[in-house]
Each structure stands twice: as structure tokens, then as C-alpha cells.
Design a binder for this molecule. Structure first.
Ligand SMILES: C[S@@+](CC[C@H](N)C(=O)[O-])C[C@H]1O[C@@H](n2cnc3c(N)ncnc32)[C@H](O)[C@@H]1O
Length: 444
């Protein structure tokens, strides 16, 4: 199968089965033994086409008017072809046309291949339509950046038009790769010079003191990763354990812990002492926490499969020094990494998730000691989750208050975004994931 054959197959499965783009891409690369030089083109076509799906449909609309019903695979093929024509300078148009026609012949018949050829030739001849013909600003932003209109309208209401526009545009960029240094084993400077001596160019991160950035290629394949010196993690996520601020020998609950990014960070900050109880609802995901703890040689993590809404049946009241609720959320902060999120998540999902987050917080709150710290975090930017959930929690739990101590020690460049013990990072502020962190304390 050629790169474009595989791209059509992946995009079709995402559409039909709502498969996760990142997981499916990795498994298809393995299944079809895509060679390393083709992986970047495949990734670019799959993510680019997915990121710009609605824009591409808008471009194609005028050329498809006379067509009766278009089969899903034909639409996907046209989308990837127009994506390459419009956004990828280095791919010659004759290669795009030739491959599109070959795929259409293989998957369909001669009639379909002439149809595909005809549509693409018309796009080439007449050019793509100007997006400025869309008069309504919210509709134009929705089509231009390929975010559903309800979400664009919600973000305009929440952040204002300019901020919403910046966020939608930055969601189209490729995510950066950062890693956390396991500071039990090496300092950030030691790791940087070690990697540089192997011609891997890296530098210190911008926001988190544990971060290195700028690496190209797959970090999971490096020696430093398999030796447990590094964990791939976005810098915004690294701020969560710093906000929790665990101390050596403490007892910590991480109530939604898989795949273990933050549990392992907490365990590292405790230098392998004390205990981190890491819960997750799904058994297969709990295995991932154990794998990460083993890779990093962390003995102070105890991972268990459990619904954290039932944690009160398993643990005694007031038994934890600190609790983290890194909650299941809509994920609107990680659209760069998982573009499918913007098409699959609905406002109803947001409301359900906010309810689940409130229930998890309410269940774990009694397990925290007096003066203990509760951190609630999400990788979303949605106000009905995030701030809305914290406000409901504080109204219903008068024995809790906002806690500014740890979050005020964040690097100075974050200060404009820190307010009363909470921080909302949007992806365009520092090219990180969009992330929300709130620190609360149980009154003594
Ligand atoms: C945002 S992810 C956690 C990421 C993790 N903290 C990390 O840094 O790697 C949310 C997790 O919550 C889990 N989850 C969802 N509902 C849950 C529940 N009721 N109890 C425990 N875990 C739950 C999901 O399986 C998912 O792994």
C-alpha cells in the first residue's frame, strides 16, 4: 500500500468508527510497515487533512454540486488530494493526481477515477474559493479553522473574538515535543549535555523546571527514555505536580492516574519515598501506569483499578496529605494532538463530564487531611468544566478554600495567567497544550 492508500484508510476509520487518530496512526504504521522516510508525509497528510476537514469540504463544495451521492472513501480521497494541493508545497501536483486516480481505480471503478480526476482538474484550473465570501465572522472562523460552529461561538462568548481566533488558529499547528527529566537520576543540565554529545539537539523548557524541549524524532526510541531518564510530557502537564507540591514521605492520592504521567512525576518529586496511590477506572490503563513506574524504577507508586467515586469504600477519611484529580475532560486543550476531538465532542459531553468531575471531587474530598492540598486539573479550556466545577465544589464544600501558595511560585511568565490559585493556559500563550489547574486547601 502507498502512503496515500494508508492515509485514506486511516481517515476513513476515524470517520466511521470514531477511532482515535494518534492510536490508529501508530498501529497502521506498524501494520503496513510504513518506512521511516514515509512516516512524516503520512503523519502530515493524516493530521493536516483531519485538522482542516471542514475547510477542505468548503473548498470542494462548489466542485461537487452536480455529483449525486459521494461515497465516504471518495470524499476522503478528494480531501487528502486538495489538502496536498493547497497546503503542501513540496508535493508535485502530478504526483497527487496520479495517486488519487490510482486509488480511485483500485477502490472503485473507471467511472469514479474519472470523476476524481475531473474534480481535481477543476480545482487546479479554477482555484479554491475565497473564505471571505462567508460574511458572518463566527461562521467564517469556524470554516477557516475547521472548528464546529457551536464551539467557536462558545469560545467567542468565553474569551472574546480575538482570543478565540488565536486559539482556533493555533490548534492547527503541529504540537511541540517536550520531555520531563527524571531528576532522581539526572539534572536537566546533565541530560541536555548527554543528549547533545549524541548529536540530539535539545534545550531547557520554557515553563516547567523539569522540562527539555526541541527534540526531533521519536524520543521513545532513545536510550535516555528506555533507561528511565525521560518521560514524554507536555510542559503544561508538568506544572500539575509542581502545583500539588508533594513532600518526601507523604501519602498521596492520584484519583484519575492513567497512563501515569503525573503519578510518576509526583513519585519522582518525592524521591521515591512515601506512597502514591494511583487509581484509574480501566484495568488496561492501570497496566500502563505500572509499566511507566517500572521503566522509571519508581517503587513508591501503587496502581489500582478503581472508580474513584468509590474511593471512600477503600480508603479511610483524612488519610491523604495531598490529592490530585486530573479529571477526564472534553480535551479541548489538546486538539493539536488529537484533532478528532473537535468533531466528536459535543456540548452534551461537556455537561456530562463536568458532572463526573464534580462527583469525583466530592468523593475524594473527605479523604484529605486537614490543611491538605487538593489539585484539580484538566486538559481543556471549557469554563463549564474548569472554573464552573471549582465554583460548585467550593459552594458545596465550605471546609475548602482556594490555595495560592504553590502556584504563586510558578515562573514569572505564567503570573499574568494565575489568579487566586488557578491558572488557565490557552495553547497559543506558550505553544503548550491548553491546560487548567486549580489548587484548593482543606481548612484546618
Ligand atoms: C486526563 S486522564 C488522566 C491522565 C493522567 N493523570 C496522566 O497524567 O497521565 C483521565 C483518566 O481518568 C480515568 N477515569 C475516568 N473516569 C474515572 C473514574 N470514575 N475513576 C477513576 N478514573 C477515571 C480515565 O480512564 C483516564 O485515564
Amino acid at each position: 500500500m502507498t502512503v496515500r492508500d494508508v492515509a485514506v484508510e486511516i481517515l476513513l476509520q476515524i470517520e466511521k468508527n470514531q477511532a482515535y487518530s494518534n492510536l490508529l496512526l501508530n498501529s497502521m504504521i506498524k501494520k503496513h510497515q510504513v518506512n521511516s522516510k514515509d512516516i512524516s508525509l503520512l503523519t502530515e497528510i493524516v493530521y493536516g487533512t483531519l485538522q482542516r476537514r471542514d475547510t477542505l469540504d468548503f473548498y470542494l463544495e462548489g466542485f461537487l454540486k452536480k455529483a449525486k451521492k459521494i461515497e465516504p472513501w471518495v470524499r476522503v480521497l478528494l480531501r487528502i488530494s486538495v489538502y496536498q494541493m493547497v497546503y503542501l508545497d513540496r508535493v508535485p501536483e502530478r504526483a497527487i493526481f496520479f495517486e488519487a486516480v490510482e486509488i480511485a481505480k483500485k477502490r472503485g471503478h473507471k467511472g469514479i477515477s474519472s470523476f476524481v480526476n475531473g474534480v481535481l482538474r477543476s480545482v487546479q484550473r479554477e482555484g479554491i474559493p475565497d473564505l471571505n465570501v462567508i460574511k458572518e465572522p463566527d461562521e467564517r472562523l469556524s470554516i477557516k479553522t475547521s472548528h464546529p460552529k457551536w464551539l467557536v461561538q462558545k469560545w467567542i462568548k468565553q474569551f472574546g473574538f480575538d482570543e478565540a481566533e488565536k486559539m482556533c488558529e493555533s490548534n492547527l499547528l503541529a504540537p511541540s515535543q517536550t520531555a520531563r527529566v527524571n531528576q532522581i537520576k539526572k539534572t536537566v543540565h546533565e541530560i541536555i549535555s548527554e543528549l547533545q554529545s549524541k548529536d540530539i539537539s535539545v534545550e531547557q523548557g520554557d515553563l516547567a523546571v523539569d522540562a527539555i524541549k526541541g527534540m526531533k524524532g521519536n524520543l521513545a526510541l532513545t536510550e535516555a527514555f528506555s533507561e528511565g531518564l525521560l518521560t514524554i510530557q507536555d510542559e503544561s502537564s508538568m506544572l500539575v505536580a509542581r502545583a500539588l507540591n508533594p513532600k518526601e514521605n507523604e501519602t498521596i492520592l492520584d484519583s484519575c492516574a492513567a497512563p501515569g504521567g503525573k503519578s510518576t512525576h509526583i513519585a519522582e518529586l518525592m524521591k521515591g519515598t512515601g506512597i502514591v496511590h494511583s487509581l484509574d477506572l480501566h484495568e488496561h490503563k492501570v497496566k500502563l501506569i505500572k509499566q511507566q513506574a517500572d521503566r522509571l524504577n519508581l517503587k513508591n507508586i501503587q496502581a489500582e483499578t478503581m472508580d474513584s467515586r468509590l474511593a471512600g469504600d477503600r480508603f479511610t477519611k483524612e488519610s491523604f496529605d495531598r490529592i490530585l484529580v486530573d479529571a477526564p475532560c472534553s480535551g479541548f486543550g489538546v486538539i493539536r494532538r488529537k484533532p478528532d476531538i473537535k468533531y466528536t465532542k459535543s456540548q452534551q459531553d461537556v455537561l456530562k463530564l463536568a458532572e463526573l468531575q464534580k462527583n469525583i471531587l466530592a468523593s475524594v474530598a473527605p479523604l484529605l487531611k486537614s490543611n491538605g492540598v487538593l489539585v484539580y486539573s484538566t486538559c481543556t479550556v471549557d469554563e463549564e468544566e474548569n472554573r464552573g466545577v471549582v465554583e460548585t465544589f467550593l459552594n458545596e464544600h465550605q471546609n475548602f478554600e482556594r490555595d495560592e501558595s504553590a502556584i504563586n511560585n510558578f515562573p514569572e511568565k505564567l503570573h499574568p495567567y494565575v489568579h487566586k490559585g488557578e491558572v488557565q493556559l490557552l495553547p497559543h500563550y506558550f505553544e503548550t497544550d491548553g491546560f487548567y489547574i486549580a489548587c484548593l486547601r482543606k481548612k484546618g
